[in-house]
Design a protein around this ligand. Structure first.
Ligand code: ADP
Length: 254
């Protein structure tokens, strides 16, 4: 069975200062449909937004974000668990930092758990451990973490569900003539070093961290698909019917 990693960004999951129940429900229905065909691992942001639903603390400093994240993470898992239960699925939480992948021993331990959870038909939900690692809350929104998860846990594909529906020829919020690049086989170094703006106050990475994630996987022979997290029909059609009707596929070097 093919293994896939689905990454969902904060903006997709957030509604003002809370979590969007309807988007989580749509996502969980999608994940449940996917799990009959694939081994599915979810990388989910959104803990800080979930925390803000509980505590009125501004996300103005790193430590405030860490406080909101540690408060919100169990709440986020509760929302996921309740929604997945409607589809007869259970979820498990795994918190990792990018640095964990520098240690072969830690990576091996984590992979054993992932393999065991998948064997038991449980959905692993991974997030950055924000109390010990802060790189993704400062810059990245789990984009780079999800590429490490896909690579080190032997996934065939990473799917990033974003507030943007693909990789455009230029920033579509600034250039109305920009068009989606449907297939990307090479990313230019200059695109990886651009200082891009995030599309929302909830996101942190912008397009650059998505390109860094894609580039890392492509260099390692793996594919990445970028599509909208608001309308899941493109990702659904791509994964369940092998039909690309939108989004961007980044093709790994084979
Ligand atoms: P998410 O919250 O889903 O992780 P972000 O908001 O961090 O996503 O990043 C996506 C944003 O990057 C888009 O909304 C868009 O404004 C911006 N962007 C800049 N350049 C591009 C480009 N070439 N193609 C697509 N999006 C781009």
């Amino acid at each position: 069975m093919k293994r896939i990693v689905i990454k969902v960004g904060s903006h997709v999951l957030s509604d003002e200062n809370s979590i969007s129940q309807s988007r989580i429900d749509n996502l969980c229905e999608f994940l449940s449909d996917l799990s009959s065909r694939f081994e599915v691992i979810l990388v989910s942001s959104g803990a800080i937004s979930a925390g803000q639903a509980k505590l009125d603390l501004p996300r103005t400093s790193v430590v405030n974000k860490q406080i909101l994240s540690s408060l919100g993470q169990p709440y986020l898992m509760e929302i996921y668990s309740n929604s997945l239960l409607k589809h007869g699925k259970m979820a498990a939480q795994i918190l990792l930092t990018a640095g964990d992948f520098d240690s072969r021993k830690i990576t091996h331990h984590a992979k054993n758990v992932i393999n065991g959870l998948l064997k038991n038909k449980i959905l692993p939900i991974i997030n950055e451990n924000d109390s010990t690692g802060i790189s993704e809350i400062v810059y990245g929104d789990n984009d780079r973490l999800s590429s490490a998860v896909a690579y080190y846990f032997d996934a065939d594909l990473l799917v990033i569900l974003s507030d943007i529906d693909g990789y455009y020829t230029a920033d579509p919020s600034l250039d109305k003539t920009a068009t989606i690049r449907s297939v990307v086989t090479n990313i230019d170094q200059s695109e990886l070093t651009k200082n891009s703006q995030t599309g929302s106050k909830h996101g942190t990475g912008g397009i650059t961290t998505k390109l860094l994630a894609a580039d890392f996987l492509m260099q390692n022979g793996k594919d990445m698909f970028l599509a909208s997290g608001f309308d899941l029909s493109v990702a659904r059609e791509f994964l369940l019917n092998s039909n690309q009707i939108g989004g961007t596929i980044f093709k790994g070097k084979k």
